[in-house]
Design a protein around this ligand. Sequence first.
Ligand SMILES: C[S@@+](CC[C@H](N)C(=O)[O-])C[C@H]1O[C@@H](n2cnc3c(N)ncnc32)[C@H](O)[C@@H]1O
Length: 224
Amino acid sequence: MMSSPKDVADWQEEIVSATKKTVCGLYDCYSEVYNKIVGSFQDDGHRLTISGICALIPNKSSRILDFAAGTGLFGKILHSNGYTNIDALDGSALSIEQAKNENIYTKLMVEFVEDKGLSIDNDSYDALVCYGGFAYNHLPVTVLSEWIRCVKPGGYIINSFRIKWMTNCPMYNEGKLETEMERLEKEKKWTLISKDVTDADDDTCVVMYVHQVKKFHGQTTPLN
Ligand SMILES: C[S@@+](CC[C@H](N)C(=O)[O-])C[C@H]1O[C@@H](n2cnc3c(N)ncnc32)[C@H](O)[C@@H]1O
């Protein structure tokens, strides 16, 4: 068991030392203190993301998947803005346990995302939101086509994360993440609706991508 982080800097140092295999274990270790140390420094990104969601999704009973939900920090914001039909998925079982205590989710799923399909039916959700799921050694870019599979045609995918990871993280840098987004657009799987950034320095700037799902053509497990 790793020691508890003291502050955000401590936390960030730990995150970049994690590998793809150990990252959810690290969140397990930090699940009890995560909200206290990380929650307070996300305000601008949270504001950008929730205002985008409220503008796009007026129906508060829309079925929403909070992807990489962790302890439920962003889920609480969705809930306090009136959304009542939210599911959560994360690879950290102990974070999901914390999220369960918030009593805001309909269904909670522990699933570690690798390069294979998720155990979610096609076209299950009106929208999928992922806050902070793209970070050092976090979600693989192949998850994007799985998100499209899980969201209904016409539904929205809202993906917010620290923009620095697009250049600092080998899983996404040198255009890997943008190339995958564009490939899916060329294949008419989704359309980019907007890309916004918070007004912050390079270290803390959050980018929010909003895509609308067009059509899913067939396969049940497209990543295999
Ligand atoms: C920065 S936290 C964000 C949590 C939450 N969305 C929030 O706003 O506080 C990133 C989350 O991604 C999850 N995660 C990272 N890599 C993952 C993977 N490969 N599969 C599933 N979850 C993953 C972690 O367990 C962690 O809870």
